[in-house]
Design a protein around this ligand. Sequence first.
Ligand SMILES: [Zn+2]
Length: 291
Amino acid sequence: MKIALTTLLTVLLFNLAGAQGRFDTVDIKTTHVAGSVYMLEGAGGNIGVSAGADGVLIIDSQFGPLTPKIEAAIAKLGKGKPRFLLNTHWHGDHTGGNENFGKYATIIAHENVRTRLAAKSAKVVKAGLPVITFQQGVTVHFNGDTIKMVKLPPGHTDGDCIIFFKQANVIHMGDHFFAGRFPYIDLGSGGSVRGYLTNVENTFANLPVTSKPGVKIIPGHGTLGKKDDLEKFRDVIRASVDFVERAIRKGQSKEDIKAAAFWGQYKDWGTGFINTGRWVDIVYNELSQQK
Ligand SMILES: [Zn+2]
């Protein structure tokens, strides 16, 4: 018994060390986006920052072990600690630092984010849960900007927002934009491939209303983008959905579809977390359900 327990502890400690080790080598890279808006890249979802006279507001919190490094990067901007933390959606690579930042920042998110975080695991302590929740959207007036969180219909999950900085002319897309790579769509969290495509198309269609020419677009994953990067992303999603839909209608199997020469043109898009096979799985799994 004692040996078993020791073994168990060793395994646990090893895993913890491994998890920590994974983040030891991560550096937080700060990029000035526009006006008082910055983007922080580390591991997990990109963080948007507004730093100015009113203090600091951040969008998403990456993984918990990275909090000290993120805090150090924010401190360098010289505007203090975050007063607000906005979550684009509930996934752990965007909310893992919530319970650390939540000790002093007010967390704001769609109500499904709170529900899913609370239900998912007892590990998310109360400090990590959104304190202010909403159904449609909320506006934060901060640092001279009008920061609008807009709830999208089910797409990446059932609780995603995109966030507009009206004056700075910046959009944080959350995981409705993976720059230059296939996206993850979480069908198990109320997500939808068709909904995702529609959300991206609508964002694009609304750009003339929501932003000015030269808008900067912060993706959930990947490097800072512009309008044409989002346009390319939309086209890849649309072409993938069309291709898989036609193939299903022709009676092709998932394996046939994965092996198709069609994907050769998107080789670079499958080099991230979602490779071409996983992308086909996601699209096929949804479309094959609804002929
Ligand atoms: Zn996500």
